[in-house]
Design a protein around this ligand. Structure first.
Ligand code: GDP
Ligand code: IMO
Ligand code: MG
Length: 430
């Protein structure tokens, strides 16, 4: 039995989808454990590109069970679209299961997300407007609707009655929104979704525990990144779930002691979508180079991603919080052709070197990055399939990062395609 967790080690979009799809065939069960359709995970294989918002990125392997576990929040309409897309392409393997305690993202969650962002104006979070915050808020306020409720129509209708009354009052009272939701309308839509989704609902805990107890291997696919974690990220500019590796336990029922490996994923530079602090952000030519070469536009929203140098202060922090046993360094090819490549080695505050005592939007806003510089490499490097084929300048860069963060870098990703990957010896052993 092996349990491996893949997690983002920056502000998301590090390439978790590529790695999950790459390692998927080695696992019996592949699980998404938090977040919802705010995630956008890309898989490029055999010349085709797939973008998954809710489905685990191993869904293309019909003989691998994919579970959307209890810690997720699920917009049924978005999920039905993803399933429909795969069915149309003849790629639906009927290998999806959904944990009964996963919460439903309701239309009023999406509306509240939009209205609240508008209310915040210049202080907006820059959310994906997928209703994630309001849905998790309802979960913790014990006002949520769970996927499993779809199997109990009369109780569901009653619960909707209670919750929708409150939502309508809030929409009118706080946001002066005049179009109340009808319980019947919401209920009918859920019942239609239940025709397809109902048969996929399982006990998440029983599914995961069953695999573990049979000695099967389990891969947990994180969404977002550690710096977006609701407690350990740059609050309040974060998402509303636990994106750190421990979230895999909370979201699935796997116990902490059962996790064997945690693979952090980091780009060779940094990106961020949405608002909030970004010490190494580049607003000029080099940032544009990263955005254009790296196609840094949001998978979910299409928003241009903010780009900057790799920040080793932040990476050291996130790898520790995750408890990473190895690191996958992605999108290295995007730096091809740059004369100089930089990384943040430390921060300065009020003119002197600063030790970061906490990672928060406030604290980081007061820090000035101090850079280490490296000679760049020519490229293109995407064709390399072993470390020996890589330019020595790049190997020096990777060795430096590895030494600085104290975690072995096993996978180097040199392009979006499955095959554009180099494993440093030894390859991650499952
Ligand atoms: P995720 O959310 O962590 O799964 O990452 P996204 O899919 O949102 O964003 C990563 C983007 O970079 C996608 O468009 C991937 O196809 C692409 N990508 C992944 N790895 C590499 C790489 O090594 N090089 C390049 N150029 N693109 C990559
Ligand atoms: P993946 O899994 C990058 C960001 C949003 C915003 C903040 C809060 O593809 O890496 P939310 O809609 O979650 O309330 O937005 O979090 N965000 C992401 N940024 N990648 C993601 O997911 C993200 N999911 C949310 O841009 O700043
Ligand atoms: Mg993404």
């Amino acid at each position: 039995m092996t349990v491996v967790v893949i997690v983002g080690s920056q502000w998301g979009d590090e390439g978790k989808g590529k790695l999950t799809h790459y390692l998927g065939p080695d696992f019996d069960l592949v699980v998404r454990f938090q977040g919802g359709s705010n995630a956008g995970h890309t898989v490029k294989t055999h010349g085709e590109t797939y973008k998954f918002n809710l489905l685990p990125s191993a869904i293309l392997y019909p003989d691998r069970t994919c579970l959307m576990a209890d810690g997720m929040v699920v917009n049924p309409a978005r999920l039905l679209d993803e399933i429909k897309f795969l069915k149309k392409k003849n790629l639906w393997g009927d290998n999806l299961r959904i944990g009964s305690h996963a919460h439903l993202v309701m239309p009023y969650h999406i509306l509240l997300d939009e209205l609240e962002e508008k209310r915040l104006g210049g202080r907006a979070i820059g959310t994906t407007k997928q209703g994630i915050g309001p849905c998790y808020a309802d979960k913790f306020a014990r006002l949520g609707i769970q996927i499993g409720d779809l199997l109990h129509p009369s109780a569901l209708r009653e619960r909707l009655g209670t919750v929708v009354e409150l939502k309508n009052a809030m929409l009118k009272g706080v946001y002066n929104h005049d179009e109340p939701y009808s319980v019947d309308g919401l209920y009918d839509n859920l019942m239609r979704a239940a025709e397809t989704l109902g048969p996929l609902v399982v006990s998440s805990v029983e599914t995961v525990r069953g695999h573990i107890e049979q000695g099967n291997s389990v891969l947990c696919e994180g969404a977002q990144g550690a710096l977006l974690d609701v407690d350990y990220g740059t609050y309040p500019f974060v998402t509303s779930s636990h994106t750190v590796a421990a979230g895999a336990c909370l979201g699935t029922g796997i116990s902490v002691s059962e996790i064997n490996k945690v693979i952090g994923v980091s780009k060779a530079y940094t990106t961020r979508v949405g608002n909030g602090v970004f010490p190494s952000e580049l607003t000029g030519e080099t940032g544009n180079h990263m955005r254009e070469r790296g196609l840094e536009y949001g998978t979910t929203t299409g928003r241009p991603r903010r780009c900057g140098w790799l920040d080793l202060v932040l990476l050291r922090y996130t790898l520790k919080i995750h408890g990473c046993t190895e690191l996958a360094l992605t999108k290295i090819d995007v730096l091809d052709g740059l004369k100089t490549v930089k990384v943040v080695g430390s921060y300065r505050k009020n003119g002197s070197t600063s030790t970061i005592t906490e990672i928060s939007d406030r604290q980081l806003s007061q820090c000035e990055p101090v850079y280490e510089e490296f000679k760049g490499w020519e490229g293109p490097i995407s064709g390399a399939r072993s470390e020996e084929e890589l330019p020595p300048e790049l190997v020096r860069f990777v060795d430096f990062v590895e030494q600085e963060v104290g975690v072995p870098i096993r996978m180097l990703s040199l392009g979006p395609d499955h095959d554009e990957t180099v494993w440093r010896i030894p390859k991650i052993q499952i």
